[in-house]
Design a protein around this ligand. Structure first.
Ligand code: ZN
Length: 353
């Protein structure tokens, strides 16, 4: 068991065998032997391993209490298998904290995620996704206005949203099902902390698309494309696009797209796509706009102020709720929040001591 945990801690810390060996002062083959169970590290070695991987030594003796099933990555293809496994482990660690917190409550304080009822079972074209997304917005009472805080909205419908530190820009997000030891399952969506708010929101909406569209797409419809279309439609519904841009346009001003980006939390490039998808501009106008957009280098980095990132609030809020009800101790609260006791005491008093 300990051998797997050493490997997991190393991967989660993003270290190669050699890099961990260097930090601990042994060769990479020794680390490999630890990981294969051919050699057992002494307790002082274990302490060094823990420090090098940024975990406590207890980590090596714990087994995972949660499984991540059917992970779907939103990433570039060059984000390889090892990187994916490391990422999955980071997410798993964070999901376990949530499960630990929730199990401290006598009754779960959260709603179970269920897709709205009455959704069509078969979607046979990308255009049908517009209607599909409107149905979902209606059922969740989101209206047709911008969604100000998407993470809040998704948390309120029972999705577990995890923000994950990942320096590799090839990774954007991940959707999976978490299964606990007692067989409960719930959806998890992880999003990289690296990107500006509009990109994060698009990733979140895309991953929501996976959860809702799975099993409903007609043969031959590409799931990734369908989820992208869903993300656009969910963030900027067709009726809003047409109301704000007009039925038909020959040209669009950059400043219009910039204002709409900040109003709806959808990138300027996303708005260009929405204009085409909703029939406001034709394919030719779209291509010429995209060409000019790219020529300015805006595909890589959009102009003006970036959209602020969103952060999940629910976890910290539930920690304090559990603390108030004495379901957890001070030290458990600090541990769950990942901060030292001193800082925890200060934050608990809102900095006033
Ligand atoms: Zn996807």
């Amino acid at each position: 068991m300990i051998e797997n945990r050493i490997r997991q801690a190393r991967l989660a810390a993003g270290l190669t065998l050699a890099a961990l060996g260097d930090k601990v002062g042994v060769s990479h083959t020794t680390i490999q032997k630890y990981e294969k169970g051919r050699l057992t590290p002494s307790s002082s070695q274990l302490l060094k391993l823990a420090r090098a991987c940024g975990v406590r030594t207890e980590y090596f003796f714990r087994t995972h209490t949660v499984d991540l099933l059917r992970p779907e990555f939103r990433k570039l293809s060059s984000f390889g298998k090892t990187a994916q496994e490391a990422l999955k482990l980071k997410v798993l660690e964070l999901v376990e904290k949530h499960v630990e917190l929730l199990s401290a409550f006598p009754e779960s304080p959260l709603l179970a995620f269920t897709p709205p009822s009455g959704l069509p079972n078969l979607i046979s074209s990308l255009d049908e996704i517009e209607n599909f997304s409107d149905l979902i917005r209606n059922q969740w009472q989101l209206g047709m206005n911008p969604i100000p805080h998407l993470i809040d909205t998704l948390e309120a419908i029972g999705l577990l949203i995890i923000e994950v530190h990942e320096d590799n820009p090839k990774f954007s997000g991940l959707a999976a099902t978490a299964r606990t030891e007692d067989g409960r399952e719930f959806p998890v969506v992880a999003v990289s902390k690296l990107w500006p708010g509009d990109r994060q929101r698009f990733t979140l909406a895309h991953e929501l698309g996976h959860l809702l569209l799975k099993g409903r797409l007609a043969e031959g419809l590409d799931e990734e494309k369908a989820c992208d279309r869903f993300a656009g439609a969910f963030l900027a519904p067709q009726v809003a696009v047409i109301y704000l841009l007009g039925q038909q346009r020959q040209a669009l001003e950059w400043k219009e797209l910039y204002a709409l980006k900040h109003e709806f939390g959808l990138s300027m490039a996303g708005w260009l796509q929405r204009a085409k998808q909703c029939g406001v501009i034709n394919g030719e106008t779209y291509l010429s706009l995209v060409k000019r957009f790219s020529a300015r280098g805006w595909r890589k980095k959009e102009p003006g102020d970036p959209l602020q990132q969103e952060h999940p609030q629910l976890f910290a809020q539930l920690v304090y709720r559990a603390l108030a009800e004495q379901y957890i101790s001070d030290s458990k609260a600090a541990e769950l929040l990942g901060i030292p006791m001193m800082r925890f005491h200060k934050e608990r008093q809102l900095g006033v001591i």
